[in-house]
Design a protein around this ligand. Structure first.
Ligand SMILES: Cc1ncc(COP(=O)(O)O)c(C=O)c1O
Length: 463
């Protein structure tokens, strides 16, 4: 089968990213554009359009308008996902040999940039749930204890990266955290890949967007948490701690010379759609519907986990002795496609289309899953191997470039990794280049391989 034939495959229900739910929630103007002669709209960087870094043209105009609307200094569209813009933001913040403070649930795009530029990650651990193993939102007290553990005089610390919300939708109050970093004159990049829509909904009791909480740099994944096409993203910047020319140079360094006009139009339309009162009220209705889906599933005794993002339905499958991968497999075979299987949970992303048929379908399949699956008694949250603050034993860029050999992971105890070990989704690295595979880390990764097929019998590059 060719890729193109697969792309029209029907599933009963698609609850994965992109969040436009297979076109059902695309902005009207984009739908209209796509109805034109196929490919007609695939234009190069003509002067009238320009690119995200042009001074003139429709893209520059649109970015400027959005930037003014949200009182930022700049907005840049991106066509290589939030990953691409996060990588530019990281390069704009730190020079090779400088350090960035970041949580353990940082996205792999940050680590790749650190390896590329030898930017030194100072990792801090987060509290995790004893029920699911999920990282919990960062609090001010926790960040204060992290800062106490860090020697700020050892090497230049160029900034802090925060992830809010997480893949599963956990989010905290980000403003006090940003203020704490600013007291130390440290710029803050917030990876808000999963929370773009928070910016547009001040009511509905959603977490406050980092953009309204004084973050210096904020990256949105427009296909994950707005209704853009896959790969669309936006980077916003504010304040004086990151220099504009550094940011522009860094975007330029990584950006393709031929950004897709379709994706750039999708960036514009997805943001516009949430500013437009009529479509905004439709999406607000969806968010309220999502909240009521959560309530009704709880009433039916489905073990759900509460997060701050109503569009994520996180099922605690471990409560019934089933791991998230087995549950995912079952739902997939039955046409209900989820987004994120993990050892203890399975996460569905409702997206922005109407999901009124989800409740009945889910309830029916859940009952079948309970009847047909083997229950496990040994499903336990794994104890985190991380110290509160930790840096790789060998500088990440050096380890990445070192001579390495490939061995089975099972033989890697006490070796130094030359690799990033990172199942996707969620794209949170378990091990980065330069880190030692000590006993705790080794066992922690090995135990995860009991469920996660990405980790079964895998090989690793070690120094
Ligand atoms: C927290 C987080 N940040 C960034 C990204 C990258 O987003 P994109 O797929 O738009 O590149 C992801 C993707 O999984 C993510 O989970």
């Amino acid at each position: 089968m060719s890729i193109s034939s697969f792309l029209t495959k029907k599933f009963l229900k698609s609850l994965f990213f992109p969040a436009h739910n297979r076109g059902a929630a695309l902005p009207e103007k984009l739908v209209k554009l796509l109805k034109n002669q196929p490919g007609y709209w695939d234009l190069p960087e003509l002067p009238e359009i320009g690119s995200p870094l042009s001074q003139r043209g429709l893209i520059a105009k649109s970015q400027k308008k959005f930037s003014e609307k949200f009182k930022t200094k700049g907005c840049f569209f991106g066509v290589n996902g939030a990953s691409g813009l996060i990588q530019s933001a990281v390069i704009a913040m730190a020079n090779p040999g400088e350090a960035l403070i970041m949580p353990r649930n940082v996205h792999i795009s940050v680590i790749k940039t650190c390896a590329l530029q030898n930017i030194l990650p100072i990792f801090f651990n987060l509290e995790s749930s004893s029920e699911t193993g999920h990282y919990q939102p960062l609090t001010k007290n926790w960040l204060e204890s992290v800062f106490k553990k860090i020697n700020f005089n050892e090497k230049k610390i160029a900034g802090v990266i925060l992830v809010n919300p997480s893949y599963q939708g956990y989010a905290g109050d980000i403003e006090p955290l940003i203020n704490l970093c600013h007291q130390k004159k440290l710029p803050v990049l917030v990876d808000e890949a999963h929370g773009s829509y928070f910016l547009f909904c001040k009511k509905l009791n959603l977490p406050k967007s980092a953009l309204l909480s004084n973050a210096d740099l904020v990256v949105h994944s427009l296909h994950k948490s707005l209704n853009g096409l896959t790969q669309t993203a936006a980077l916003w910047y504010k304040g004086n701690l990151v220099k504009e020319h550094n940011l522009i140079r860094s975007i330029n360094l990584l950006q393709t010379t031929s950004p897709s006009s379709l994706l750039l139009s999708s960036c514009e339309e997805s943001i516009k759609d949430w500013i437009n009162k009529k479509s905004l009220s439709k999406y607000q209705k969806r968010i309220l519907e999502a909240k009521s889906i959560y309530k009704r599933l709880i009433q039916k005794n489905i073990p759900l986990i509460k997060t701050q993002d109503p569009l994520k339905i996180v099922v605690n499958t471990s409560k019934v002795g089933i791991d998230g991968f087995t549950a995912d497999n079952f739902f997939y075979r039955n046409g209900l496609i989820a987004e994120l299987p993990e050892m203890m949970t399975l996460t569905f992303c409702l997206g922005f289309a109407n999901q009124k048929d989800f409740l009945n379908l889910f309830e029916k399949l859940w009952k079948e899953l309970l009847l047909n699956s083997k229950r496990r008694k040994n499903l336990k949250v794994l104890k985190s191997p991380f110290k509160l603050v930790q840096t790789p034993e060998i500088e990440i860029g050096i380890a990445w470039r070192s001579k390495t050999r490939i061995i089975p992971f099972s033989q890697s105890l006490n070796k130094i990794s030359g690799d990033i070990v990172c199942p996707y989704p969620p794209g949170v690295p378990l091990l980065v280049p330069g880190e030692k595979i000590d006993e705790d880390r080794f066992n922690w990764i090995k135990k995860q391989s009991l469920c996660n097929k990405d980790l079964v019998n895998f090989n690793i590059r070690v120094l």
